[in-house]
Ligand binder design. Structure first.
Ligand code: PFF
Ligand code: NA
Length: 459
């Protein structure tokens, strides 16, 4: 068999897997999803989803990559020639995600710069939708205005995002991905901890934390809350996107797969919890300042990061510029380490299939995604973003996840061989529960999620 690149150390692999998992989903998605779906009571479905689907699937993907030593398409092909297309499907999803995930990181990068001196001004919503994106549009229409408008648009940060990402990938697994994560993840943790600690000491922080953690037990009976929990876990752990198959294909023969999966999953949840503390303390501060109920300021996603947070930073007591830089810088580092894993996933697929050198695969695959991402960076692209997001959740996470786990469990009937493979090299052994989770619980939930998403869209 061909010699495959390898991680230098076990910690290197874990850092890279954690780097992929910890992303925008932890910082801007989790806190709101938890708040919106029962607060403190949400932790029951959340833990349930983590243990019955998240960790079992992570173990399955780690095992596949490790056993077959290939990118997703190659691993599926080696499992059974007829299932190779599932790998390509997952790889295509990764490709689509990369085209817009990169744009959001570019925004975060631009905002790291805007944070210095709070350049967004009083009307932060107007700044994002009016001034900032207007400038972006000017740049992309190539009707280039002044030099200033280029520097402040998203174009330059987007190019930077791609230079860093592709630069890391050119260097390969050990010297590129592993080394980058060794820098990015500790930096991210230190920066993020600083803001969270500051946030916890803000006036009104407890108000926010109460809103986040106060259990609304009546919600637990609603199926939507359970779907939200599973959805959060899948997205947050980067599973069903073939990423974890790719990363584990570079593991040395002797690797404690089961333990690695638990460490990755719990680290990811740890950062989600931390983000919950940070985001809701800050929202509590804002609600107190503006003297409004917390529901009026609680939100997620682009609105939270690029409209509400800048507004909060405007009235932040002291060192607001610094905390702005720390917040948006955290988004950048969390995002970059995820983007690297997404791009590596399709680059590895192409490399394995066409026997290309890494350099060629990075130029072709990465270059194409970078070009498409420029389209998203326009005002029209913003509208597109929502559509893509829906598409990814429905046909990406739910359907691709469903097809892959049903194929492994019921069509190829490979759960037992996978389990034996992982158990033979792991200190921590899985039992019957693992096969039950993957053959029954996970398919049922994913199928339900898919149907629910479809119906939602038809409405
Ligand atoms: N797991 C990442 C997060 O929580 O933000 C997001 C993500 C990374 C999603 C990579 C999809 C992906 F392919
Ligand atoms: Na995550």
């Amino acid at each position: 068999m061909e010699s495959r690149e390898q991680w230098g150390t076990r910690a290197g692999f874990i850092l890279a897997a954690v780097g992929s998992a910890v992303g925008l989903g932890n910082i801007w998605r989790f806190p709101y999803v938890a708040y919106d779906n029962g607060g403190g009571a949400f932790f029951i479905p959340y833990l349930f989803a983590l243990l019955t689907a998240g960790i079992p699937l992570l173990i399955m993907e780690f095992t596949m990559g490790h056993k077959y030593r290939g990118s997703a398409p190659l691993s599926y092909a080696r499992m059974n020639k007829k299932t190779e297309w599932i790998g390509w499907w997952q790889v295509s999803i990764a490709f689509v995600i990369s085209t817009y995930y990169s744009v959001i990181i570019a925004w975060a990068m631009a905002y790291t710069y805007f944070a210095v001196g709070l350049q967004w001004g009083e009307d932060t919503g107007g700044f994002l939708m009016g001034e900032y994106l207007q400038r972006v549009d000017i740049v992309n229409k190539a009707a280039v205005g002044s030099v200033g408008s280029i520097v402040q648009g998203v174009f330059i940060p987007l190019i930077l995002v791609w230079i860093i990402t592709l630069g890391v990938l050119f260097k390969g697994v050990k010297k590129g991905i592993e080394r980058a994560n060794r820098i990015f993840i500790p930096t991210l943790l230190v920066m993020f901890l600083m803001i969270v600690i500051r946030a916890l000491t803000l006036e009104g922080a407890t108000l926010g934390l109460e809103a986040l953690f106060k259990p609304n037990w009546s919600k637990i009976a609603s199926p939507g809350v359970w779907v939200a929990a599973y959805g959060q876990i899948f997205f947050s752990l980067s599973i069903a996107f073939a990423i974890m198959i790719t990363y584990s294909s570079y593991l040395p023969r002797k690797s404690d797969i089961n333990n690695n999966a638990f460490i990755t999953a719990f680290s990811n949840s740890g950062v989600e919890l931390l983000a919950g503390f940070g985001v809701f303390s800050t929202l509590g501060f804002m609600a107190t300042q503006a003297n409004v109920p917390i529901e009026e300021v609680a939100t997620a996603g682009i609105g939270l990061a690029f409209v509400v947070f800048p507004e909060i930073l405007n009235s932040f007591p002291g060192l607001n510029g610094l905390f702005g830089v720390l917040f948006f810088g955290s988004l950048v580092f969390a995002g970059l380490s995820s983007l690297i894993s997404i791009v590596e996933t399709f680059i590895a697929g192409v490399q394995d299939k066409f026997k290309l050198s890494r350099t060629k695969a990075v130029i072709i695959g990465g270059g194409l995604s970078a070009l498409i991402s420029i389209l998203f960076a326009t005002q029209g692209g913003l509208f597109f973003l929502d559509a893509v997001d829906y598409f990814i959740n429905t046909f990406g996470v739910a359907l691709a996840g469903l097809v892959s786990v049903v194929t492994v469990a019921w069509v190829v009937k490979n759960l037992k061989p996978f389990q034996d493979h992982a158990n033979a090299i792991s200190d921590l052994r899985t039992g019957l529960w693992w096969r039950i989770c993957l053959s029954i619980v996970t398919p049922a939930v994913l199928g339900y999620m898919f149907v629910l998403n479809l119906i939602d869209n038809l409405k």
